[in-house]
Every structure is written in C-alpha cells, then in structure tokens.
Design a protein around this ligand. Structure first.
Ligand code: FES
Length: 279
C-alpha cells in the first residue's frame, strides 16, 4: 500500500487522498488548509507550483501551494464559488484529494545571489509566500529580502503571523505592510501598494522583483518599477489564475501560441511583453 501511495505521489495526474489536518482563518473570505496524506505530503512542489484540489461530487480546481512542511502542504483558498464554498465548510479531519505539482514555479536560479523585492496584494501573497519561506529556509543563497504587501483593510491581510512576526524578525529583511483604509485600531501605513513602493523607492541594482496581486495593482506596480529603472527581465510574475487543467488539454490558458500551464505560470515581464497583450 505504501509503495502504491509513493508511486501515486510521483505522478501529477493521480489524485492522492489527503486529510485536512488544520484550517487557519486568514481573512473573512480566505482560509489556509493544511493537508497531509497517509505518507506525508502528497508531492513536493517547488515555490510557485500548484496543486489540483478536488472534492468528490463538488469539483476540482487548481490552487498554488502557499507553503509546505515536512509532512504537509498548505493551500490558501479564497471563497469565490461552489467548490471553494464547500472547502470553507470543511472541518479538520475530513478528506480531500490532491494531485500535482503543476507549473514551472519561480526561477530559483535567477533569484540566487540576488536581493529580492516581493510585492503582493490581497490573496496574491499566497504564491509569493512559497518563495519567501523558501528563501528564509535557504537564507544564505539570497541577499536582502524586501516585502511590500497590502490589502483593502486590516481584516483582509493574509498570513498575519508571518507578515507581522515571523518575517520582520528574519535577518537582512524589511517588511512594509499597508492597507487601502485602516480601522480604529490600525496604526500602520495607509495607501495603495504602488504608493508605498514609491515611498520605499528600492534601487534596482542586483535585484529581482517578484509581483503578484490584483491586475489593477500589478498595472500600477509595473509603472512604478519602470520609473525606478527596473528592467523587464528583472520583474517576475505568475499568471496562475489562468491555470485550469494544468496539462495543456483544455485550451483555456492560451496567450497566443503560449500555454500558460505548460510554459508558465511564472514569467518575466520581458517574456510577457513578447506575447500578445491578452493577459
Ligand atoms: S490550463 Fe488547460 S490547456 Fe492550459
């Protein structure tokens, strides 16, 4: 049996039955699910890769693996429809099926030895978190780490323990958090992510910028980075929202002749600029 499960976990097309071991309420509409199989984590993804999560009789969808431990994977899932509603109703101990990994993941070799600037908005921090945690686990491979993250309100900030406690404590690291509008208890930054980015004004020298968030945030962040003289090959983003079947079969992820699921979902801005403007 153990042999069969190990074989299953090596094949991204075979679902592995997993148990939800922990559910963390991140925001009013985002929960993080820790899942583990009888043999530990169902697969070992690289940062930025995704897994297909399925519930029998409900459906399946692709989600980025936001973090992983020795024996579990973590998926941060926003409530947006039938499958995610059903997932949000789950309790620890219940079963789901997971298969993967899918997608190319973040370019670790390109990031090694560089300073990294992470810019995230809302649930867009979920894929970035997989790389941020990887960098902290392999701290000597990376230079200075700077994280700029924002959401609409304090309640909408994901991974509060990481952004307020774990990450700011790491060596050679700076974390700037902002919200569009604070509440009566908020004493931090107020303003949109691109605004805070321009205030922080990071130098592009020796740096890779990794960006993920709502399209409107990305649009203005890219303009700000261009003003700061970041070049298109220093900027990396993920089009993971385009991932559906993940295996080049459904035809729902194409940008021109490119299959996001097979060639991406992580691209440099330079690569994206060589594609038709459909993303
Ligand atoms: S996600 Fe189905 S073809 Fe790419």
């Amino acid at each position: 049996m153990a042999q069969e499960m190990l074989k299953a976990s090596a094949n991204p097309l075979l679902p592995v039955v997993c148990k939800v071991t922990k559910i963390v309420d991140e925001t009013p509409d985002v929960k993080t699910f820790h899942v583990t199989s009888e043999n530990g984590k169902p697969f070992t993804p690289m940062p930025g890769q995704l897994g297909m999560v399925s519930l029998v009789d409900v459906g399946e969808a692709m989600f980025s693996v936001t973090s992983q431990g020795e024996d579990h994977l973590e998926f941060a899932i926003k409530r947006v429809g039938m499958l995610t509603d059903a997932l949000h109703e789950m309790e620890p101990g219940q079963e789901i099926a997971v298969r993967g990994p899918y997608g190319n993941g973040f370019p670790i070799d390109m990031c090694k030895g560089k300073d990294l600037l992470f810019i995230g908005g809302g649930i867009g921090l979920a894929p970035l978190r997989s790389l941020i945690n990887y960098c902290f686990e392999n701290r000597n491979d990376f230079g200075h780490i700077q994280i700029i993250y924002g959401s609409r309100s304090p309640a909408d900030l994901c991974f509060k323990d990481d952004i307020f406690n774990n990450w700011p404590k790491q060596e050679n690291t700076r974390v700037d958090i902002t919200v569009d509008k604070g509440d009566e208890n908020w004493t931090g930054n107020e303003g949109f992510v691109p605004q805070i980015l321009e205030e922080v004004n990071p130098s592009p020298e020796g740096k890779v910028a990794v960006v993920c968030g709502p399209p409107i945030m990305i649009k203005f962040v890219l303009q700000s980075l261009a003003k700061m003289n970041f070049t298109d090959d220093q900027i990396v983003t993920t089009l993971e929202m385009r991932m559906k079947c993940g295996i080049g079969k459904c035809g729902r992820c194409n940008i021109g002749s490119c299959y996001v699921c097979l060639d991406g979902p992580v691209f440099t801005l330079k690569q994206l600029n060589n594609m038709p403007n459909e993303y």
